[in-house]
Design a protein. Structure first.
Length: 90
């Protein structure tokens, strides 16, 4: 039986592939849809209408319009750290 952490990792991989499809990466539109579906609270609280564009630019290190799993995982880690800070220190 997988641990909670292993289950969380499996969920992140499944979710990435759900939005990336067979191509194995996220486009800006894929990232937007993923964030709308999986992080609705984050987007609702954004004052900047270009938040997804800025996130995409930050994650797209090669500037090829593609976000791979490692970059997506980096986003999830940053959102998790932000949520922990917000919940624990407010």
């Amino acid at each position: 039986m997988p641990s909670q952490m292993e289950h969380a990792m499996e969920t992140m991989m499944f979710t990435f592939h759900k939005f990336a499809g067979d191509k194995g990466y996220l486009t800006k539109e894929d990232l937007r849809v993923l964030m709308e579906k999986e992080f609705p609270g984050f987007l609702e609280n954004q004052k900047d209408p270009l938040a997804v564009d800025k996130i995409m630019k930050d994650l797209d290190q090669c500037q090829d319009g593609k976000v791979g799993f490692q970059s997506c995982f980096s986003l999830i880690a940053r959102l998790t750290a932000h949520a922990m800070t917000t919940l624990w220190f407010t």
